[in-house]
Design a protein around this ligand. Structure first.
Ligand code: ADP
Length: 377
């Protein structure tokens, strides 16, 4: 990436953009050489900043102006920490030395960026090299978020399984048949939950690697929706009612039935999970334009409208206080969106805190789709 925009900032504008004072003990470079250096630095995509011995700004190239949000000219002569408050984290090198990179946040009119800053002492001052590492920093944050979430999410069922197995081992003779079955059920349910979390993590990483196959075929949407509710019913608490709302003569859609089942089951599971007070979860199917729309509606805790885009991001979960301690990896909706888009569909959401949520999945009709007529029986 080369930048040709704008010129370099300099504390001595008449110098035509100087490359800073000369290293100690050497004669200062000729004005043309300084102008060449400044011109060359104007094309470097990394930011370069020079300060004098007193820490005041002497020179910066256009990339540095953009990264730090510096204005032309009028910033010269001011100390860097005054212009960029987080700058204090960038350590200064000792005499003639240089520093290892320090990563610090900088807020400009364009938002927050993370910069990697290295510095070197050149005798009469310090030269700083700045690199935009916002993307790397976001990835790093995501990786550590993931480790924290995954280990917590795996630990919770593990603890229950271990506790139940230990109890059965230690007190088997004392437990009546009913309690023994309750512990065994807990082991089975929590093992299944563990397996689901691990499957989610593996599927998300396979989707990232583009390593997921799709077998698209004409599908009977209503039969598929019904099978999703049957599967969800097994896990649904007693205070949640599941309902299907669909006409019986819908045309077939083009989709991979296993993938679509996985998407809808995830949406229905979420609807149940985020409805701690119970209520009704409705899965509906309807014809819209050139396709079918599956809608999953609940009357649970909901989420703020401005989180609508972010909840589809990998590992993203709405503020813990709003989630009322409900567990999850933040991968389900990310996986659902990836799968829907790979079947040429679209997923969207609408909600407000305390007002329930509605998720919609739109998929195209199968080529030559015929209305699916209910069977004769
Ligand atoms: P998880 O449920 O494992 O956290 P998801 O990717 O399925 O991850 O969902 C991301 C976030 O979106 C959830 O953490 C939750 O805050 C919010 N969310 C998803 N579905 C619902 C829903 N039906 N009602 C309220 N919030 C929801």
């Amino acid at each position: 990436r080369a930048r040709a925009r704008g010129g370099a900032g300099c504390a001595t504008p008449r110098g035509g953009g100087g490359a800073g004072p000369a290293p100690a003990g050497r004669p200062p470079p000729a004005p043309e050489a300084r102008a060449d250096a400044a011109r060359a630095l104007a094309h470097v995509s990394d930011g370069v900043v020079l300060t004098g011995r007193d820490g005041r700004l002497v020179f910066w190239n256009p990339a540095a102006a953009e990264l730090l949000g510096l204005d032309d000219g009028d910033r010269a002569g001011r100390p860097l920490p005054e212009l960029v408050p987080s700058w204090r984290a960038a350590t200064s090198p000792g005499n003639g030395g240089s520093t290892a990179p320090v990563v610090l946040p900088v807020t400009t009119g364009a938002g927050e960026r993370w910069l990697s800053v290295t510095s070197a002492d050149f005798g009469d001052g310090v030269v700083y090299a700045l690199r935009d590492v916002t993307e790397e920093h976001a990835l790093e944050t995501m990786r550590s978020d993931f480790l924290a979430t995954a280990s917590h999410e795996l630990r919770t069922p593990m603890t229950s399984i271990y506790g139940a197995a230990r109890t059965l081992l230690a007190r088997d003779g004392e437990l009546d048949a009913e309690r023994r079955v309750a512990f065994l059920e807990m082991i089975a349910n929590e093992s299944e939950r563990l397996a689901r979390i691990i499957d989610e993590i593996l599927l998300a990483s396979r989707l990232d690697a583009g390593d997921v196959d799709f077998a698209t075929e004409p599908c009977d949407a209503v039969a598929l929706a019904r099978s999703v509710l049957d599967a969800a019913e097994i896990r649904a608490p007693r205070n949640v009612e599941l309902r299907l709302a669909a006409p019986s003569d819908l045309p077939t859609i083009a989709c991979d039935p296993n993938r679509l089942r996985q998407i809808l089951l995830n949406l229905v599971d979420n609807a149940i999970k985020y409805s701690p007070e119970g209520g009704e979860v409705v899965l509906s199917v309807a014809l819209i334009g050139e396709g079918l729309r599956f809608t999953v509606r609940d009357n649970g805790i909901g989420f703020p409208a401005d989180e609508t885009e972010r909840i589809f991001e990998r590992f993203y979960r709405v503020d813990p206080e709003l989630r009322q301690g409900i567990g999850g990896t933040g991968l389900g909706l990310y996986i659902s969106r990836e799968l829907v888009e790979r079947m040429n569909g679209r997923i969207s959401a609408e909600s407000a805190p305390g007002r329930g949520s509605t998720f919609a999945v739109d998929l195209p009709l199968a080529p030559d789709a015929q209305p699916h007529l209910p069977s004769a029986e």
